[in-house]
Design a protein around this ligand. Structure first.
Ligand code: OFO
Length: 179
């Protein structure tokens, strides 16, 4: 059974993850309004992945006999100066999420909650990838600068991102092909 302190912290994190999804969905909409549909597709995939993150905490609380209590979600920003500015904001946001995960891990260690530590180990690894994705895009967009043909080429490249799992139904990440 999950203890109240851990349960409350995980409920708060569900809100952080849903806010992440909301923010990336807002970025997806903005990209579409400036005719960068590849970037929009990438952000839609990112928003979907964040719902999957939220559902991992949601399922964990329920599986351990706890109570899910969903927090209020803030309104995300809906306008940016440039694609670079969007990814810079995304990177700052992911750094904030890394901080949240680290604090949750501190609590799980303090509470000797080994099941929570197991769940959080997955997120510690995931955050390395999340920050890396945004850092890479910030670096690429700085290189592209005001070069429109390069930006359009990158837009095409962004369409190759594959959508993930159905966050509402799938609780376990799919095994890699051939595993
Ligand atoms: Fe982007 O990792 Fe969850 O929030």
């Amino acid at each position: 059974m999950i203890k109240n302190k851990m349960q409350d912290a995980f409920n708060k994190q569900i809100g952080e993850e849903i806010y992440s999804s909301y923010l990336y969905l807002s970025m997806a909409a903005y990209f579409e309004t400036i005719n960068l549909k590849g970037f929009s597709h990438w952000m839609r995939c990112q928003a979907q992945e964040e719902m999957f993150h939220a559902m991992r905490f949601f399922n964990h609380i329920l599986e351990r006999g706890g109570e899910v209590s969903l927090p209020r979600i803030e309104e995300p920003k809906h306008k940016w100066e440039s694609p670079l500015n969007i990814f810079q904001d995304g990177l700052v946001h992911e750094e904030h999420i890394t901080d949240c995960i680290n604090k949750l891990m501190d609590l799980a260690v303090e509470e000797k909650d080994y099941a929570a530590q197991n769940l959080l180990k997955w997120f510690v690894t995931e955050q390395v990838e999340e920050e890396d994705n945004f850092m890479e895009m910030v670096a690429k967009l700085k290189m592209i600068g005001g070069n429109q043909p390069s930006l359009l080429l990158q837009d095409k490249e962004m369409t190759t991102r594959m959508p993930g799992l159905n966050p509402w139904l799938d609780t376990i990440p799919a095994a890699p092909v051939g595993a």
